[in-house]
Structures are given as structure tokens and as C-alpha cells.
Design a protein around this ligand. Structure first.
Ligand SMILES: [Ca+2]
Ligand SMILES: [Ca+2]
Length: 282
């Protein structure tokens, strides 16, 4: 492996060390120096010809150069590595999913659908009802694993096609920890999420509730108003969804919520609270 070693007399040794047959920095071309164990003189190392030799075995992601500012040679005239910055890229992945991030130009991302009986799938499914689940694999262009923290910055913005308005992203990092992320936006048929680190992820559906439909028959009727009234004065009720009952969102279930439902049924537009809306449960 070739590495720069500033201000060291041993820099030539570092340049020419060939550890376990590793290719040089940026050497995804697979080329090696003509003589991996060879030594060159200090003067040769400071020559433009030697910079040319180094560039001959590295690929486009790394450029060796000898930098000079006025009469001052940077790094005492030894070659230095000019790295390339990460660039903002958007990749289109499986199933129309796109991912944007500051990435290295050679970073490849592939998604694979997780099998329902896989360990990762089961871990994700503990958090929610999964609609789809994928592994998220980052590699270089040769297919070798590329760690996200070195090959990208600022996290990944995932845009996932869905017509579902109550989706969340469940992401698992490499330590196996899961986080549930709400969409930043849902528009043009896609939900957009930003995730810091991802080993695998799932799109899941959060439970929703129709506010006012306390007997859970899918409709808001006078029966619901009556049930809220009964519940508020502690009369026994049969089926009663408390998540749907606080229609005016004041934190209590009271006669005021009954009034909201009654006004909703009378087709008022004011004083109805959230009656008729869908609320996503946390
Ligand atoms: Ca109902
Ligand atoms: Ca209330």
C-alpha cells in the first residue's frame, strides 16, 4: 500500500511497502509499482518522473503531485496526494427508490429485498407492519465493501415511491439498532426520509385512526357521539377506541368531544375538532 508520510526520513519505505499484496491508494486499477520492494533515492522521489510513476498505478480518484507555493515546496518536495472531494449524487436503485448524498464518485449502492424469514427482516418487523424491506449495501466499483462514513457524508436522503400517506422508515444501523423515521415530505407519489447510517431498512405503515369513529366501524355516526357521551360520564361502553375519542384535542374525553361529532354530522365546518380526520398513532 502506498501512503504519504510527511516530514519523515522513512517516507521512501512507506511509499514502497507492499502489505499483503494491497494495491496502492486509489489503486482500484489493480496496478502495482513495477518493483514493489524497490527503494529510490531521495532525489528521485522528489522528481516529477516519480510522481508520474505513482500516478501510473493509481486511478482517477487519487492524484499525486508535487506542490509548490512560491519558492516553498510543500512536504519538502515529496509527492503528496490530492484527494477528490465528495460530490452530491443521486442514484436510482431498485423499485424506483432514489438515494442522494455527498458521495465518492465510485460509491455504488445496491438494495436487495430482504427475505421475510431473514434475521434482519424479523428485527425490523418488531417495530411495525412492513410494506417492503431491503438491505442497503455500499461498495466500491469492484464490489468490495465501502464503509459509509468514509465514502459519503451527511447521511442519505431516500425517496421511496408510495401512495401511502402513513408510512415511516424503519432503519437499522450496523450495530443492529433500529430507528423509526417520519417522512420529511410526501409528495409526487414519493415519501422522503433522511437517515444517518443504514445497514438495512423497511418501509412500514403506522397505525392510523379515524377521529370520532370510537366504535371502529369505519364511519362516524350518531352512535359514536352517544358512545363518547356515555364514556365521558363513566357509563359502561362496549367497543370504545380512546385513540379516536379526543376529537377536540384538549387531552380529555368529554361532552365537548360529543359536540364536535354532532356538529360534524350536521355538516358544520367549525367547532368539529379533528372529526373525520385521520391521525397517525405514534
Ligand atoms: Ca363509528
Ligand atoms: Ca377532548
Amino acid at each position: 500500500m502506498i501512503a504519504g508520510n510527511n516530514q519523515s526520513d522513512n517516507v521512501k519505505d512507506v511509499f514502497y511497502t507492499d502489505v499483503d499484496g494491497n494495491t496502492p491508494v486509489g489503486g482500484m486499477s489493480g496496478k502495482k509499482l513495477p518493483d514493489a520492494s524497490g527503494l529510490v533515492s531521495t532525489e528521485t522521489m522528489k522528481s516529477d518522473a516519480f510522481v508520474g510513476t505513482l500516478n501510473g498505478v493509481t486511478d482517477d480518484s487519487v492524484t499525486w503531485l508535487r506542490a509548490q507555493y512560491g519558492s516553498t515546496s510543500f512536504n519538502q518536495g515529496y509527492p503528496v496526494i490530492s484527494g477528490r472531494y465528495l460530490t452530491q449524487r443521486t442514484l436510482t436503485l431498485q423499485d424506483g427508490i432514489t438515494v442522494s448524498s455527498l458521495m465518492h464518485d465510485d460509491l455504488q449502492i445496491t438494495l436487495e429485498a430482504l427475505a421475510a424469514d431473514s434475521e434482519d427482516y424479523r428485527a425490523l418487523a418488531e417495530t411495525g407492519s412492513l410494506l417492503s424491506a431491503y438491505s442497503f449495501v455500499t461498495t466500491d466499483k469492484n464490489g468490495s465493501f465501502a464503509p459509509s462514513e468514509l465514502w459519503s457524508a451527511g447521511g442519505y436522503k431516500l425517496s421511496i415511491p408510495t401512495g401511502n400517506k402513513s408510512v415511516v422508515l424503519i432503519a437499522q444501523n450496523t450495530e443492529g439498532e433500529t430507528v423509526t423515521i417520519a417522512p420529511e415530505s410526501i409528495k409526487d407519489g414519493s415519501a422522503v426520509f433522511t437517515v444517518a447510517e443504514v445497514n438495512c431498512f423497511a418501509v412500514a405503515e403506522r397505525a392510523t385512526v379515524l377521529i370520532g369513529d370510537v366504535n371502529r366501524d369505519g364511519r362516524i355516526t350518531i352512535d359514536d357521539a352517544t358512545l363518547i357521551q356515555k364514556y365521558a360520564i363513566e357509563l359502561p361502553v362496549d367497543v370504545f377506541d380512546v385513540n379516536a375519542a379526543d376529537v377536540n384535542r384538549d387531552g380529555r374525553i368529554s361532552i365537548l368531544d360529543t359536540t364536535c361529532v354532532q356538529k360534524y354530522l350536521a355538516e358544520h365546518t367549525e367547532g368539529i375538532g379533528d372529526a373525520g380526520k385521520y391521525r397517525v398513532l405514534a
